[in-house]
Write a protein that binds this ligand. Sequence first.
Ligand SMILES: [Zn+2]
Length: 270
Amino acid sequence: MSTFLAILTLLFLPGPDWSECYEDTFCIEAEDVGNRVDVYVRSLVPWDFTMTLNMDLENMRPTEDLPLVDSYRGNSRTRAVSLSVRDIGRSWTFRFDLQWVNGDFRARHDEGVVYDLPFGSGVDYLVGQGAYGSLSHQGKYALDWDMPEGTPIRAARSGIVIEVQEGYTEGGIDPALRSRANFIKIRHSDGTIGHYVHLRHLGVEVDLGDRVFTGQLIGYSGNTGFSTGPHLHFEVFSATRELSRRTIPVRFRTASRGVTTLEEGHYYRR
Ligand SMILES: [Zn+2]
């Protein structure tokens, strides 16, 4: 699960309209409209996310089956569910908990897109581990290029920067380091996300919300997190209904082999 997965439990009691915001990403807003409460999700960011919303209701009937799984557009306000009071003469409450990840579980990858190799031209880099690689890519369409720390990393596809981490300093083959890699996530126009991982400490050159273009410098490679040596891990994925990720095979434009999917053990030049 993403590091941006959040779990929140709140108790809502009858009263004035109420709102609770989370991580500057979205707010849950409840409007008491008399014998009914409308629950809205208001996004504060320009990208989409997928949320599971569950509720514990007393004397209320929801308009949607619970738990409710849905994705929400960036910069939008959406009525997620309405709760009507069953017995108007009795008190009512609801409690909810939610989990969310960035990305739209309905996203479909645009198969017409060809990616650029995420580094500069003129040097060949080895794919040390390819899709479904046995070291750490089991079940994943992911690629590792071996490269020295500090190699400039360029966007493989344009998009919006939706998550960054550059605060970690260590790397190694200890699985405890799995969640301690520096990275950048870029949301593409089709709703899929490009993930660039193991960047060096303070190796991120873009900010949240930046629009980046294919070929733009976004950071510097490193060896942070769970890593056997200096390399760049790259994958394209979409969120799933289960708030996990589904990785996607993509094709690259290469100088040496034309447009192709990449194979472990081969060198490629941009
Ligand atoms: Zn990898």
